[in-house]
Write a protein that binds this ligand. Structure first.
Ligand SMILES: Cc1cc2nc3c(=O)[nH]c(=O)nc-3n(C[C@H](O)[C@H](O)[C@H](O)COP(=O)(O)O)c2cc1C
Length: 391
């Protein structure tokens, strides 16, 4: 696997762990992925729910909790750490400030177009910082909008871009009707975005890696999408059923016990559809049953708490804490493939083995030609040491 290079930042394992809120990817998971050589990402959205005074001092609680988690993660790893920010939340700029004050390596910006972000960073006096900025988009067109805006107004372009396809877990940048039946292949989105970004790379004399996310679960998935031009992958779902993931065991068990038919689409008060595992709670909200709640503040720019049927932040946090009767687990389309809880290092080893198996098969296919039958290859016999470690 080639390292992922984002400017002067070299990431040996080309995997960005998806930031997962509320309180699913905190310092535990992020530091474990960073220690395995990838980019470990803390999710900032409503992170203050982990603090006792959230209902009274939500803004302060969010900032304090994010700072705490970044520092904790830093004490557990010398690897690369990131923060995931949702542009759609009302305290997005305050959380961005905390992440920059803490000198985070990478910031991933999802759930909205971060058009004005470079202006804010400059106005706040954060110049000549090492932090890399990576917007997450769902199409080459959205990438073009951000790149053009930043280039025109700030003479600057993003350091990398994540393209997330329709098979991802969490909120999705697609219309609900585009998520059923045949969905647009991630490979197409990657090829289109690589092409789109290439002109900006030339204009700015800067390499901008395109990173693929959404439904990437195995080393085979990684290998295949990287053949299409992705320089790295972003994976959320695969890291949930790990010992280090910060969610409760009940949340992780929901993944392990799920079947393909349980993975479903919900309407979120964020104004986007989301992919989750079906539970009684999900059935109720999908049937339009309201779940009355008190809103201590308007955490989402688009949410009118008097009209929405439930509080998404509370439902996600309840689930993270194991209260699946009053919440639900966001999950990618391949969550049902999870069968056990593993350590992050076991997951990464499996991914590497699967990836290199694909690479080796490709090599043999080219070398031996059509007579070669890939299914007959027994990897542990070919690479005995890897076979032993996996056993
Ligand atoms: C449980 C869960 C929670 C997530 N929460 C967030 C979030 O708070 N903000 C965000 O931008 N993306 C969120 N995502 C999306 C991930 O960051 C990542 O992009 C996605 O999981 C990649 O697709 P995959 O799940 O198929 O690997 C979440 C995904 C999951 C599975």
């Amino acid at each position: 696997m080639n390292p992922l290079k984002i400017g002067n930042l070299k990431v040996n394992l080309p995997i960005i762990q998806g930031g997962m809120g509320v309180a699913i990817s905190l310092s535990g998971l992020a530091s474990a992925v960073a220690n395995a050589g990838g980019i470990g990402v803390i999710s900032a959205v409503a992170i203050g729910m982990t603090e006792p005074d959230y209902m009274k001092n939500y803004r302060e609680a969010n900032k304090r909790a994010l700072r705490k988690e970044i520092r904790k993660a830093r004490s557990l790893t010398d690897g690369v750490l990131g923060v995931n920010l949702m542009v759609a939340v009302t305290d997005y700029e305050e959380l961005l400030t905390v992440a920059l004050e803490e000198k985070i390596d990478v910031i991933i910006l999802g759930a909205g177009l971060p058009l004005k972000m470079p202006q804010y960073v400059t106005e706040k006096g954060f110049e000549n910082i090492h932090t890399k900025f990576i917007p997450k988009v769902s199409s080459a067109k959205a990438a073009r909008v951000i790149f053009s805006y930043w280039a025109k107004n700030f003479n600057y372009i993003p350091d990398a871009v994540v393209v997330e396809g329709p098979l991802a877990g969490g909120h999705l940048g697609f219309k609900k009707e585009d998520l059923t039946g045949e969905v647009v292949p991630l490979a197409d989105l990657i090829e289109e975005t690589v092409l789109e970004v290439s002109q900006f790379e030339k204009d700015f004399g800067k390499e901008v890696p395109v990173i693929a996310g959404g439904g990437i679960y195995s080393g085979k998935d990684m290998y295949e999408i990287m053949q299409k031009g992705a320089k790295g992958v972003k994976m959320g779902t695969r890291f949930v059923p790990t010992h280090e993931c910060d969610a409760s065991i009940k949340f992780k068990e929901t993944y392990i016990n799920s079947t393909k038919d349980d993975i479903t689409i919900i309407d979120s008060p964020v104004g986007l559809p989301g992919r989750a595992i079906r539970t009684k709670f999900v059935d109720q909200i999908n049937a339009g049953n309201a779940k009355p709640f008190k809103c201590p503040w308007k955490c989402l720019k688009s949410c009118d708490f008097r009209k929405v049927p439930y509080c998404i932040a509370q439902a996600l946090f309840n689930a993270a804490r194991g209260n699946m009767d009053e919440g639900f687990a966001f999950a990618g389309s391949k969550a049902y493939l999870s069968t056990k809880i593993q350590s992050v290092s076991q997951v990464v080893l499996e991914l590497k083995v699967e990836y290199y198996k694909m690479k080796y098969l490709e090599y043999l296919k080219n070398f031996v030609g059509q007579r070669f039958i890939p299914e007959r290859i027994n990897l542990p016999n070919v690479i005995p040491n890897i076979g032993l470690k996996l056993a």
